[in-house]
Design a protein around this ligand. Structure first.
Ligand code: ADP
Ligand code: ZN
Length: 637
């Protein structure tokens, strides 16, 4: 039986979903895997199928007791021998599971991470033929994630105790590049293949409001949404009770959920919402785990959550049915303080942590909170902010968020379009083709070695867009590609080519009009840069005194360059450079090969592969920055 038969036979599905088959076949080939797939994408099957096909026992590390139970029941239902081990069981039950495991009665054994290094378990594992180890919710290993769980750090040790190293795979729904790096190193994944499926939820419309009176704003939002079903999240029980009361007074069929209610009431209220007896659920973040209600038409945050991970997870409960849905965040300055307070309290309550770990987590949470706060202050596309936060590429304009509707204007970019096209045309005449980055550099008039060596400075289009920021050139270029005036070739090094309709633009028959920000968006670079600064300080860097050391906009540009190079080389971005290396570049601003070698994470081979590209981007950036200050333009600090 091959994996498709198993999908059919045991799970009853005819087709794999995006990413699943890739993950399954990769594990089957015996190589490590890291999969980042959104909730509901179907991660479980990705490891359950190989577990069934391998000889021996698959161990699945899972953090949630309720999740394990559901998974195991599902598997038993499908005729697969499976069990779990966790603290919900009596000692006798646990012994029974271990005994049966030793007798090869299971294909999969789910365990809480805390059990891995206990003697009984180590004994079992050393005796059994462990075919694979899978880590579910793998972001828990990282202090940069939202649910750090110290016991996850033991997984690597556990795998090390096994006689024959099993295939290791890790799954999570959200991960920033820092969390990704942590998962690879802290779990000890060896050269893992990365499967990542899209995070964008295009039917969700994002908005941020900063009302003076939140309750009034909430009621007016609710008025516009009357008759639809949704969730209002608040950060404290007290706020839940207040909002709940206010909504009931206004005649909404509301219910509520928080940890202060007894279990019976919580369950009743949850069911009342799930079965549509109440249209509105007012809740703390305790509500929602494992809830899969498809017709949630809005999620309003009465308070700002503590980080983007939580926000996207909670807001993402809207619109599961694919219908248009609203995600509205009501921001108030106090939210920052509340979050800080709640984080502090929960860290203090966590007895697994020592003081040092607590301080370090506090600092990391603070930084995640900052990125969340910048989201609320962003002028640019909100969707782009979120997707880029998770390391995905996103156009500057999505057309379905409040900022896109209010901060972008139709702009005639025909002239810019003509310049870009004619640059590609001139290159074509010389039988030359380049990627987006090089073409932009030529138009900007960069003096990088690569450009001078190839005499590209003799092109008539060299430097004709020197007055435009690179980001703008990119925006117009992308627009031309998306609309079929330019082509980006397939293959390892995508090259810009003319596409037939281009002549309409150069002859002036076709005007090019696109939506661009009214004012240049200052949110993203700033956020990234400040985050970088804070991180630098956190890693024993130069603290607050080094504020000027990291250039915000530059970080963003280096990231763009990294993703271009990564896609050329067909590797994940972090294989080119980690964020930490990019931050170090921002700090050191290397313009020569020797200076580049000093950057953390740069060795001889990285220097050869990427030195030229990065140093010339940095040089270009510095030239621009100098030009701007000369012209008296305000700096963004
Ligand atoms: P995740 O862990 O990624 O949140 P699950 O593994 O719980 O997602 O799967 C979500 C749902 O999708 C489950 O009900 C699962 O049975 C279903 N599912 C998974 N793979 C497929 C598939 N190939 N075709 C149809 N349904 C699937
Ligand atoms: Zn947008």
């Amino acid at each position: 039986m091959d994996h498709r038969d198993i999908l059919n036979r045991y799970f009853g599905y005819s087709e794999f979903r995006e990413g699943q088959e890739e993950a399954v076949t990769h594990i089957l080939s015996g190589r490590d895997l890291l999969a980042i797939m959104p909730t509901g994408a179907g991660k479980s099957i990705c490891y359950q199928i190989p577990a069934l096909m391998f000889d021996g026992l698959a161990i699945v590390v899972s953090p949630l007791i309720s999740l394990m139970k559901d998974q195991v029941s599902g598997l038993l239902e499908s005729g697969v021998g499976a069990a779990f081990l966790n603290s919900s069981q009596t000692a006798a039950e646990q012994r029974d599971v271990l005994r049966r495991a030793a007798r090869n009665e299971y294909k999969l054994l789910y365990v809480a991470p805390e059990r891995l290094l206990l003697d009984e378990f180590l004994e079992l594992a050393s005796g059994a033929a462990v075919s694979m180890v899978t880590v579910d919710e793998a972001h828990c290993v990282s202090q940069w994630g939202q649910d750090f769980r110290p016991a996850y750090m033991g997984i690597r040790t556990f795998v090390g105790t096994l006689g024959r190293r099993p295939v290791l795979s890790a799954f999570t729904a959200t991960a920033t590049s820092r969390v990704r790096d942590d998962m690879i190193s802290l779990l000890g994944l060896s050269g893992p293949h990365l499967v990542m499926t899209g995070f964008d939820r295009s039917n969700l419309r994002f908005s941020v409001r900063k009302p003076r009176d939140k309750m009034r704003e909430l009621l007016s939002c609710m008025d516009a949404l009357r008759g639809r079903c949704g969730i209002v999240y608040c950060s404290t029980r007290k706020a839940v009770d207040e909002v709940f009361r206010a909504l009931c007074e206004k005649g909404y069929a509301a219910t509520r959920y928080h940890a202060g209610l007894d279990e019976r009431e919580r369950r009743e209220n949850q069911d009342s919402f799930l079965y549509d007896r109440s249209a509105v659920m007012v809740a703390t973040n305790a509500f929602g785990m494992g809830i899969d209600k498809s017709n949630v038409a809005f999620v309003i945050h009465f308070n700002m959550p503590k980080n983007i991970e939580s926000y996207y997870q909670e807001a993402g409960r809207a619109g599961r049915d694919g219908e248009p849905a609203e995600c509205i965040l009501l921001y108030g300055g106090r939210d920052v303080l509340t979050n800080r307070f709640l984080t502090q309290k929960s860290l203090e309550a966590n007895e697994e942590l020592d003081d040092e770990a607590r301080a370090s987590l506090m600092q990391k949470d603070e930084e995640l909170l900052k990125a969340m706060t910048w989201y609320c202050h962003s002028d640019g596309c909100l969707r782009a902010y979120i997707l880029r936060y998770f390391g995905e590429d996103a156009p500057e304009y999505c057309g379905n968020c409040e900022n896109c509707s209010s901060n972008f204007v139709e702009t005639d970019v025909t002239l810019e379009a003509q310049k870009i096209i004619s640059c590609v045309y001139r290159l074509d005449e010389r039988n030359r083709g380049f990627g987006r980055n090089m073409v932009a550099q030529i138009l900007r008039g960069s003096k990088s070695e690569r450009i001078l060596q190839q005499r590209l400075d003799t092109l008539s289009t060299y430097g004709i867009m020197a007055d435009q920021p690179t980001s703008r050139i990119y925006s117009v270029m992308d627009y031309l590609i998306r609309n079929g005036f330019l082509d980006l070739s397939e293959g390892e090094y995508p090259v810009l080519r003319l596409a037939p309709p281009y002549a309409k633009v150069t002859r002036g028959e076709s005007r090019v009009v696109m939506r661009l920000p009214k004012a240049p968006p200052k949110d993203l670079p700033k956020a990234a840069g400040k985050a970088a600064r804070a991180a630098g300080a956190g890693q024993g860097g130069d603290g607050q005194g080094g504020d000027g050391a990291v250039e915000a906009a530059l970080f963003q540009r280096l990231r763009a360059l990294r993703s271009e190079l990564a896609s050329q080389a067909n590797v994940p971005a972090f294989v080119v450079f980690s964020d930490a290396s990019l931050r170090d570049m921002c700090r050191r601003l290397p313009e020569s090969p020797a200076a580049f070698l000093e950057v953390s994470g740069v060795g001889q081979s990285k220097l050869e592969s990427y030195g030229e590209a990065f140093t010339s981007e940095i040089r270009l950036y510095l030239e621009e920055a100098r030009g701007e200050t000369r012209a008296g333009a305000p700096r963004d600090r």
